[in-house]
Design a protein around this ligand. Structure first.
Ligand SMILES: O=C(O)CCC(=O)C(=O)O
Ligand SMILES: [Fe+2]
Length: 281
């Protein structure tokens, strides 16, 4: 996987890059088929009759909305199980991720954040689980020059709420955060963090929300400002995230490549200067 000079320039200018048709369709199909099987297994566990059509890429999540309408907690079971699909685990360490990182971070020694990969299921109108505007670094730590590889499992349309990004915002460097109030009601860990001076900061940037489809890849700089969109459709928004960091990065080396919330660490113990009390941002 060789990036063109124009693609590299686009990434450095914007802090993100969309690559169409990046993954082998068979690899994506295997993950969708795994999700189909898990939905069936959860139906069977709860005695729900399985009247779904046979598996197809277009309807891999058939039955899911009916299940969560019956009992929202069953959606939580599916959310935890889909991370254990072998085909998903194979994609986490896809060789092309390392190849891309070596091209976008010259001299990098790519490493994979344990627990830093996942499958998001953004259900319609569940704004409580949206990611507010954030940089990846405080939420993940490891190294500030890390990359998020983001890829949808269903076609992303406007009404599904594509991820929003501020092009060029990665040049701000690591930005201070505070605890959101009152927005943090029901939020914890990285989800409760809000950028200090968010309104002023966001007013200085354009916001874009690129559409994508299964097999496409969106690469995000660990420092680019981004947020979940608002799912106002009647379908879940399925997407995969793979997170890589750089063992050759000096800041990472300085704190021992510590992880953040996923590793049970409060990032404030590593970067106290990046936290401000509400009202001081
Ligand atoms: O998919 C989303 O809504 C948020 C994505 C995100 O913040 C990430 O992948 O780091
Ligand atoms: Fe993020």
């Amino acid at each position: 996987m060789q990036l063109s000079p124009a693609q590299r320039e686009e990434f450095f200018d914007n802090g993100f890059l969309v690559i169409g048709g990046f993954y082998d369709p068979a690899d994506i199909l295997a993950v969708q088929s795994g999700i189909y099987a898990i939905i069936g297994a959860v139906m069977a566990r709860h005695g729900v009759a399985d009247t779904r059509p046979d598996f197809s890429a277009a309807a891999f999540d058939a039955g899911y909305m009916d299940l969560i309408r019956q009992n929202r907690a069953w959606g939580g079971e599916i959310y935890d199980l889909v991370k254990e699909i072998p085909a998903f685990t194979r994609l986490i360490a896809h060789p092309a991720h390392e190849t891309i990182m070596r091209q976008l971070r010259p001299g990098a020694v790519p490493a994979l954040t344990a627990g830093g990969s996942g499958i998001r299921i953004d259900n319609p109108n569940e704004d409580r689980f949206r990611a507010m505007w954030h940089q990846e670094y405080p939420a993940q730590l490891k190294s500030p020059d890390g990359l998020v590889f983001w890829s949808p499992l269903a076609p992303i349309t406007e009404d599904l709420g594509p991820v929003m990004l501020c092009p060029g915002s990665q040049r701000e460097g690591p930005l201070p955060v505070c605890h959101a109030d009152p927005e943090n009601a029901g939020r914890s860990g990285a989800y409760a963090l809000k950028l200090a001076g968010e309104t002023e900061l966001l007013s200085r940037y354009d916001k874009v929300a690129p559409l994508s489809k299964p097999g496409d890849l969106v690469i995000l700089d660990f420092l680019v400002l981004h947020a979940s969109g608002y799912n106002r459709s009647d379908r879940p928004r399925w997407s995969m995230q793979f997170r890589y960091y750089n063992l050759a990065n000096e800041t990472g080396r300085g704190h021992g490549w510590t992880g953040s919330y996923a590793a049970g660490v409060d990032f404030r113990s590593v970067h106290p200067e990046l936290f401000v009390e509400p009202g001081h941002g």
